[in-house]
Design a protein around this ligand. Structure first.
Ligand code: ADP
Ligand code: MG
Length: 328
């Protein structure tokens, strides 16, 4: 494109909150044939909320629903929750929140906020370790507490099979379910004590963005560290084909996943917001960052969407197309 056309395109973009980092990016965007969305914070609001707390007793049996996660309304005619269940659930939530207090992860923030909203006291853990892509491990009141995915517990030798059905149910609802385990001091006998779940809201324009891209003949994919079932539930809500979902992708593997997608000559636009997404944004044909995302993502990207709106992905491609057609 001529410098004048590039200037016009860049200016039009800026007017829509679509910031192109230079003329070459503006030229490349029109060739995008595949858009790969990160899930959390990109297709979803990234504002997690605690939705469920489930307790298991030491025999691995499900403790009767105590309703601890519900903010109950008066006049609610659901069955009265059991007191024993409620106490057990509050203890699961309390331990999970203490363990998560040291984490900045949105999943962790929701657990801590949820516990505090329910009147629980959440002191700092004595020791804390973040296990990226899996969860946290912390020293709480003399015991070790684990909060995270199946892999985290398996690696610690904790049997989580009793929670399988509960996990699947929550995941089918599109929630991120996390296992909570306690390893008593001086032993290797970690036991499952419960499950907590967080839910996120899909952005209101996400489905329209996916539809508009498909109307243009652009393939739409999703990539996430979250598990397959939750990822598919969200994909279904926004209209992404289940076979286009790459779930359980570790932070360090996201860029390799984008390279694999591009290996057959595809020109992918990766859209993301997190530190995790930065390497993938850098290797994509076009990297697009969500404006409210992390600085690292914005630096790695070629385009920034100031309005955090997935529909602006379509706008970016259209502006590129229009700019380059005019000068032909
Ligand atoms: P995402 O791509 O959705 O940001 P991550 O790669 O950060 O996901 O994490 C992948 C999975 O690891 C999460 O879905 C969750 O099961 C688990 N996990 C990560 N961090 C935490 C945490 N602080 N507490 C509990 N579970 C966690
Ligand atoms: Mg994200």
């Amino acid at each position: 494109a001529t410098p004048a056309a590039t200037m016009v395109g860049t200016t039009i973009g800026a007017g829509h909150g679509v910031l192109f980092k230079g003329g070459d990016v503006l030229e490349r965007a029109k060739d995008v044939d595949t858009v790969v969305f990160d899930k959390t914070g990109t297709l979803t609001e990234g504002e997690m909320e605690l939705t469920d707390v489930v307790a298991f007793d030491s025999d691995g049996a499900l403790v009767p629903d105590g309703g601890a996660a519900q903010q109950r309304e008066s006049g609610d005619d659901a069955p009265a929750p059991s007191d024993a269940g409620r106490d057990a659930e509050r203890e699961v939530l309390r331990l999970a929140a203490i363990a998560e207090r040291g984490s900045e992860h949105p999943l962790a923030r929701a657990i801590v906020d949820g516990a505090e909203e329910r009147g629980l006291e959440i002191p700092e853990a004595d020791d804390f370790e973040n296990v990226p892509g899996h969860g946290v491990r912390a020293a709480v009141e003399g015991d070790e507490v684990l909060v995270g995915n199946r892999k985290l517990l398996t690696d610690e030798g904790v049997d989580a099979s009793a929670a399988a059905e509960t996990m699947e149910r929550l995941e089918r609802e599109g929630k991120t379910a996390m296992l909570v385990a306690r390893v008593p001091a001086g032993t290797d006998d970690g036991e499952l004590i419960g499950v907590v779940a967080d839910a996120d809201t899909v952005k209101s324009s996400a489905a329209d963005a996916v539809e508009a891209l498909r109307d243009r003949g652009v393939d739409v994919m999703m990539i996430t560290g979250d598990n397959e079932r939750t990822a598919r539930a969200v994909a279904e809500q926004v209209g992404i084909d289940p076979e286009n979902v790459r779930a359980g992708v570790l932070p360090e593997d996201k860029s390799a996943a984008v390279e694999e997608i591009q290996a057959d000559g595809r020109q992918a636009m990766m859209v993301g917001d997190g530190v995790n997404d930065a390497p993938a944004l850098a290797v994509a044909h076009v990297g697009t960052a969500i404006g409210s995302g992390t600085d690292v993502a914005i630096e790695a990207a070629d385009v920034t969407l100031m309005r955090d709106d997935p529909l602006d992905v379509v706008k970016a491609i259209r502006i590129s197309d229009a700019t380059l057609q005019k000068i032909k």
